[in-house]
Design a protein around this ligand. Sequence first.
Ligand SMILES: CC(C)(COP(=O)(O)OP(=O)(O)OC[C@H]1O[C@@H](n2cnc3c(N)ncnc32)[C@H](O)[C@@H]1OP(=O)(O)O)[C@@H](O)C(=O)NCCC(=O)NCCS
Length: 172
Amino acid sequence: MIKIRAEKAEDYTVIDEINSSAFKGESEGKLIRAIRESEWFVPELSLIAEWHEDVVGHILFSEVMIQTKNKQVPTLALAPMAVSPRHQKEGIGSLLVQQGLDKARQFGYEHVVVLGHPNFYPKFGFVSSVSKGIEPPFPVPEEVFMVLELKEGSLEGIRGKVAYPPSFSAVT
Ligand SMILES: CC(C)(COP(=O)(O)OP(=O)(O)OC[C@H]1O[C@@H](n2cnc3c(N)ncnc32)[C@H](O)[C@@H]1OP(=O)(O)O)[C@@H](O)C(=O)NCCC(=O)NCCS
């Protein structure tokens, strides 16, 4: 039985370990720490998956902006997400995404962007961001930068480019 809950301070080390083993590097752990210390952090949207009291997965949503011609529109970025290698392909990542999106919707967020696998995120409703008029923050293949409307039609009339805050420079 997998339980999804918000992270606590005592989870920080294991979250770091899961990210470094899943990504085989330290950049994502650095990114998480930088976001946690920033004004863009949303503590309720840093979620962990627990299995028999072991933390086996983590997902983070934090605030970023869409820069349009004349204003900044707040949105959420899903990044990063990791499941412990010995527990991958058991549905834990999907559960983290699904419950994270539900929680983001409850908090009133209207859309989410993600840079990730184009065969994983579309099953949650993500589509290529450019198809909705939203450009990625830097040049990437169109299909890997995606957006999801948590509220139908919420991106209508919004045209712009995503701007990541400085904390994202740990991985970009
Ligand atoms: C991506 C990740 C979080 C998915 O977690 P998970 O618990 O294995 O996911 P689920 O069991 O819910 O679903 C498995 C799906 O992951 C997708 N997936 C996992 N790794 C993938 C990869 N390297 N490339 C493409 N798709 C991948 C597949 O689409 C698979 O779907 P399927 O069941 O239709 O085959 C996990 O594999 C992971 O930590 N990978 C390493 C870190 C990473 O790449 N993070 C995501 C950055 S976008």
